[in-house]
Design a protein around this ligand. Structure first.
Ligand SMILES: [Zn+2]
Length: 91
């Protein structure tokens, strides 16, 4: 039982840390360069839109049914992003 509590509190702490760093991680993620699938010009993720085909489009090529970065980023599991591997160098 003691081990269980230790394990779960450790898990809880990691969750909290990730939550705290989430904004920082997402900001770093938003600075990644990505080519627009429509015009092939590179943009920052934070200025792009996600299409239904899982491709990213710039604001000139997007259509109304696409999600802006600020919207689709809410559904991203930040722990899966490479930016979450080390948050100390993210500023
Ligand atoms: Zn474009």
């Amino acid at each position: 039982m003691k081990t269980f509590i230790l394990e779960s509190s450790k898990y809880f702490m990691e969750e909290i840390d990730l939550e705290k760093d989430k904004e920082k991680i997402l900001r770093a993620f938003g600075k990644r360069a990505q080519r627009c699938y429509g015009c092939f010009v590179a943009f920052h993720f934070k200025d792009m839109y996600l299409g239904e085909d899982a491709s990213y489009y710039c604001e000139h090529c997007k259509t109304d049914d696409m999600f802006h970065f600020d919207d689709f980023v809410k559904f991203i599991d930040v722990s899966k992003l490479r930016e979450s591997k080390g948050t100390h160098h993210l500023d």
